[in-house]
Design a protein around this ligand. Structure first.
Ligand code: PMP
Length: 304
């Protein structure tokens, strides 16, 4: 499936896909001074709907504020622009990328006085990865430290760390990287959060790392909330790589990756290395939620 679509929203206007170009002296291209968001639209029985759009727009605006971007659009205007972008491109299952960046000007690092451009891109999107357990490895570099940036914001410049991790992982025969934080504990995936499952006599617990150096994702929040419905306990705590290896199951979470099983860490199996029963349960329930099939979560859907 081609990812190209008809139109992109740029600074309040719809332009043709092939016209969505920037100059080589765009500030963000040199210094990563951009904010991006990634939201999903699912084809539901009642038509296409964006999942947790409010939370994605809120995070987008917090990001723009963190980079001191003057913003000329309200949250409602961005919401309408997103819905209209999906509509005009006749998309159903798609990925939506709101994007704000410091634009054209001279080569100086300080973007003061530069214009800010805002774009909304929507591309067809279904499964990010085939649902087989992936292998992960811990790269020799850390997840970018939150103390050196603004925590919890999707700032483009920080993503060289994620991009590099992916390349490193592939070069070392792994599908994805699992990042450590500055304390040497498990942080997150390159662009996803991570959970593990611990089964004991007293019940089943979902564990996700407590760390300064993670993006506390929207999918992570969804899973923590829906776990109760499935009778699962949840715990946010520090997890060492050694503890991670003793878990019964593990999976990545994120808007794009959804819930994806991890089979091996550094060549060692997690549990039996297959898709775990709790991971499957969560995957199925998550699909029901995003497709509007669980009434109490329908408020999370914004219909196109
Ligand atoms: N961590 C990082 C570094 C990410 O880029 C993402 C993807 N946005 C996530 C976690 C997962 O966040 P979400 O569930 O909000 O997509």
């Amino acid at each position: 499936m081609s990812f190209e679509v008809k139109t992109i929203w740029l600074n309040g206007k719809f332009i043709r896909w092939e016209d969505a170009k920037v100059h080589i002296l765009t500030h963000a291209l040199h210094y990563g001074t951009a904010i991006f968001e990634g939201a999903r639209c699912y084809d539901t029985k009642r038509g296409p709907a964006l999942f947790r759009l409010k939370e994605h727009i809120d995070r987008f605006f917090l990001g723009m504020k963190a980079l001191y971007m003057p913003v000329n659009f309200s949250k409602n205007e961005i919401k309408n622009a997103i819905l209209e972008t999906v509509r005009r491109n006749k998309l159903k299952d798609c990925y939506v990328r709101p994007f704000a960046f410091y634009g054209y000007g001279n080569v100086g690092v300080n973007p003061k006085g530069r214009g800010v451009e805002v774009a909304i891109i929507a591309v067809p999107f279904k499964d990010y990865l085939p649902p087989k357990p992936i292998t992960v490895k811990i790269p020799p570099f850390l997840r970018i430290n939150s103390a050196a940036t603004v925590r919890g914001r999707k700032i483009s410049g920080m993503y060289y760390n994620a991009a590099l991790s992916g390349i490193w992982a592939n070069k070392h025969n792994a599908d994805e990287a699992l990042m450590l934080d500055a304390a040497g504990n498990i942080a997150e995936g390159a662009s996803s959060n991570v959970f593990c499952v611990k089964k004991t006599k007293t019940g089943i617990t979902l564990v996700t790392p407590e760390s300064e150096d993670i993006l506390e994702g929207i999918t992570r929040d969804t899973i923590l909330k829906m776990a109760k419905d499935l009778g699962l306990k949840t715990k946010i705590k520090r997890v060492t790589p050694r503890e991670f290896l003793k878990m019964d199951e593990a999976f990545f979470t994120g808007t794009a990756i959804e819930i994806h099983p991890i089979g091996k860490l550094n060549n060692k199996k997690i549990g039996d290395g297959a898709v775990g029963e709790i991971t499957s349960l969560l995957r199925n329930y998550y699909q029901k939620i995003v497709h509007g099939e669980i009434p109490k979560y329908r408020r999370w859907l914004a219909f196109v």
